[in-house]
Design a protein around this ligand. Sequence first.
Ligand SMILES: *Cc1c(COP(=O)(O)O)cnc(C)c1O
Length: 465
Amino acid sequence: MKYISTRGNAPELEFEDVLLAGLASDGGLYVPKDLPHYSLDTIRSWRGLSYSKLAFKIIQPFVGGAIDDAALQQMLDDTYDNFGHKAVAPLTQLDNNEYVLELFQGPTLAFKDFALQLLGRLLDHVLTKRNERAVIVGATSGDTGSAAIEGCKHSEFVDIFIMHPHNRVSEVQRKQMTTVLSDNVYNIAVEGNFDDCQNMVKACFADQGFLRGERRLVAVNSINWARIMAQVVYYFYASLNLGGPDRSLSFSVPTGNFGDIFAGYLAKNMGLPIDQLIVATNKNDILHRTISQNRYEKHALAHTLTPSMDIVVSSNFERLLFDIYGRDGQLLADLMTRMNSEPVELDSARMAKVRELFDSHAVDDPQTCATIATVFAETGYLLDPHTAIGVVAARACRRHSDRPMVTLGTAHPVKFGEAINKAGLATPALPHHMADLLEREERCSLLPNSLAAVQAFVVKNVFDA
Ligand SMILES: *Cc1c(COP(=O)(O)O)cnc(C)c1O
């Protein structure tokens, strides 16, 4: 399979290079040149497969010849055997025809494990084959960092540096990162906010000279195609467990960077009968404003009880716009430049296409907490605040009560105790495998909000150690 950049001015790459590249050299994001499409008969034949066997069917064509089939299946088995539930992505019923797909059974208790536990293995495989070493520099508001660290902590080929905003991630999230004491793991608390961290990551990618041409810089956020690819699988898995492909179903997706829901859009394009795809946002609602009012306009970052969805812009929206603009890279490059500097309105035909594909809804903190409380009273089931936003949006946007509505359960409630307490409920106990998390030793370096300081720290630890 070949991959092309959304901005039309970067080389076509094979899977291995896309995995290692992150952003394309023209500033665009990589997408498959041709998406596989499956008949209903083929999809039906996947019924009853285990999660990792189904993952093989979906992922193998994207990987192409880069990894032989047996090795790929082994990686998938190893990745998903390590989840805390035999079904890997179990469905829980909330109401008549309404479900939560629990994507938080992985080692760090958020859906990012689905992609990042696999990404660590893919990187190791490819770097071993090439005899190369890589450096990961990533920014996190909490969940990406812990999942990426967990995925790479055993790697001999990767040094991983994760920046988080000092004092702005929850205690559980911080400890999940800082108590991993492997030699190749470096946590950096930055005296700044998440945007500052992300801007430094972008600057590192834009000019990699600080690595002296000796190490490759690899991305772990959802601009990395491999993350999106791994997330397509659970849309198929949910459908096959709810009578698909012989009936269609809808998904409500708590959204920040538009990565997770973009994977749902791909599943639909690959032939999976999906009725509605609902974009659920918090107060940082640029996507909801774009879809409902046709006005794409950046607002200042708001800090909410759902920090993993606190964004100013959603980077993966570019991948959707590429399709909406007929895959014309030049047109899209111009659009992205405009979107970066001024409010933008799409023309009505293109906007109609977006609206045909997506519904949207924005939810504030009080409503999020009220929903956690209501659903707990109705069912005894405790939602994390991100998932609760998905449930509100699902109920607000639903068009067909006879079709299953599935909200993606993106995190375990134990990670977000503040919201649970504000809903008037007690924080649940930590799962068995991390019961002693809060007592474990931490290792973390506090650095100023300075690119030079961060790069010097990376260089010192990569080259002088
Ligand atoms: C990352 C994250 C999201 C948002 O996912 P995107 O792919 O950025 O849309 C939602 N909920 C939780 C708990 C997350 O960690």
